[in-house]
Design a protein around this ligand. Structure first.
Ligand code: NDP
Ligand code: 2IT
Length: 450
């Protein structure tokens, strides 16, 4: 038997840390996965003997490249671009692009690793990848954003394709950036193909891709609550972030009778004790999507409090939805949430909770929807966009929203199947890790030493 297939979690994660020195986010994602998957493999001989854990923690390929672009003053600027193609075992590489100064190889390797198992959980045929750049879109003009996107694609285009690797958006990359990237790809290869998702509706985009991640995060929490005999109605909810995921999570909460009371950005958070309604949300969408303003402006407009440089987790709530970035909830904040009455956390953001917070949720048996399950609605609707592009069709909002609801329900069922610990407690992280792993592992075993 191959020794690396069985053994302790610690031995395995230490070996991964030695092979990937300094990559703390990647190591953290692997540890979170190994915590559940190594014990599962140790008791399931059919998954031994194939060196699966080592194969699954080494990306298939990492591409790093220079992106040179000209700013509005005529100065030549240089950024670093990446695409991590983690696994195409069950479909073309698929995952977003992130433009943010904090982007590093470690961050993108963690995101591509997570994406592989998230995509597996959706039930759709998609592998996992992630890319991006340390480019900071803040304060850049429209023309600078366009020139950067065009330069980025001028290198990336040779590594992607509708059957090879299909990027989409993530932090700092929304419909505007996807359009510039798609336009440049089309120009370079002279083909109109579904090589990116999140496109505009007039050129192959899906009717609810913009809403899908936020909506899906709420659908997942509704499935969790239903499974535990509860409902989301009248629940006071904390949401962090105020970007794509946060705004549409808030919209779905309002539509379903919950009371979202916070939003944030990297400068701080706002607390509206009366809750946001659809009129206030329309104002917020204009602020964030059109005017690209700061969340503190809401506090001035509506006379509520803005808490500079703080996260919203100290406000009493029933449910919390981290929707900004990784490691935005730590152990102390998780303890505060629970002490103040929070019974459930559903992650819009990838790896929103750190290892300490997860340990606190597990101890308290908090209903915790981990990112790879709870935020899979975005990539699932991306998968549907790929299908629509392949068959040159487009589906209605209603059809897509029904598909999204079904896919989130399917993910919830898979988590329950592999994560049920007792009549009253489902460890959703364990369920997501094992269910996500099994499908990819089955494919790798079928391929032999590939
Ligand atoms: P956006 O760029 O639209 O919004 C990001 C939001 O998070 C902004 O409000 C931003 O504030 C805040 N934020 C970003 N970095 C930090 C930070 N370091 N500290 C505090 N706040 C921060 O991104 P998305 O909404 O698309 O993505 C949010 C999260 O959801 C990410 O973790 C992403 O990986 C995940 N996700 C996104 C999907 C999608 O379809 N877009 C799909 C699945 C997951 P500021 O403006 O001040 O920077
Ligand atoms: O983290 C994610 O799942 C995304 N950013 C969406 C990826 C996609 O391909 O739609």
């Amino acid at each position: 038997m191959n020794k690396k297939d069985t053994g302790s979690i610690r031995e395995f994660t230490e070996a991964v840390a030695r092979r990937n020195p300094g990559e703390s986010e990647f190591q953290q994602a692997v540890e979170e996965f190994a915590h559940d998957v190594i014990p599962y493999v140790n008791t399931h001989p059919e998954y031994q003997d194939h060196n699966l854990s080592e194969r699954l923690t080494e990306p298939d390929r990492v591409v790093m490249f220079r992106v040179t672009w000209e700013d509005d003053e005529g100065k030549i600027r240089v950024n670093r671009g990446y695409r991590v193609q983690h696994s195409n075992a069950i479909g073309p590489y698929k995952g977003g692009l992130r433009f943010h100064p904090s982007v590093s190889l470690s961050v993108l390797k963690f995101l591509a690793f997570e994406q592989t198992f998230k995509n597996s959980l959706t039930g759709l045929p998609m592998g996992g990848g992630k890319g991006g750049s340390d480019f900071n879109p803040k304060g850049k003009s429209e023309r600078e954003i366009m020139r950067f996107c065009q330069s980025f694609m001028t290198e990336l285009y040779r590594h992607i394709g509708p059957h090879t690797d299909v990027p989409a958006g993530d932090i700092g990359v929304g419909g505007r950036e996807i359009s510039y990237l798609f336009g440049q790809y089309k120009r370079l290869v002279n083909q109109f193909t579904g090589v990116l998702t999140g496109k505009g509706l007039s050129f192959g985009g899906s009717a609810i891709r913009v809403e899908a991640t936020g909506y899906g995060t709420i659908y997942f929490m509704q499935d969790v609550l239903r499974h535990h005999g509860q409902s989301i109605e009248n629940k006071t909810c904390l949401v962090s972030g105020s970007g794509n995921v946060a705004l549409y999570a808030t919209e779905k909460l309002i539509q379903h009778g919950a009371k979202p009371v916070t939003l944030s950005d990297s400068s701080g958070f706002i607390h509206d004790p009366d809750g946001f309604d659809l009129d206030k949300l329309a104002w917020l969408k204009d602020l964030k999507e059109v005017r690209k303003g700061r969340i503190s402006e809401y506090a001035k407009e509506y006379g509520v409090e803005f808490f500079a440089q703080q996260r919203p987790w100290s406000i009493p709530c029933d449910l919390a939805f981290p929707c900004a970035t990784q490691n935005e909830v730590n152990a102390e904040q998780a303890r505060t949430l629970i002490a103040n009455g929070c019974i459930g956390v559903s992650e819009g953001s990838n790896m929103g909770s750190d290892a300490g917070a997860i340990a606190v949720y597990r101890d308290a048996k908090t209903l915790y929807g981990p990112a790879k399950a709870a935020n899979a609605g975005g990539v699932a609707v991306s998968g549907l966009e790929m299908t629509q592009n392949s068959i040159r069709m487009s589906w209605t909002r209603e059809e897509l929203n029904n598909h999204l609801g079904d896919i989130m329900r399917g993910i919830h069922e898979r988590c329950v199947e592999y994560g049920t610990e007792s009549a009253s407690y489902v460890d959703y992280l364990k369920g997501a890790n094992i269910a996500g792993f099994k499908k990819v592992a089955d494919a790798l075993i079928a391929y032999g030493a590939a």
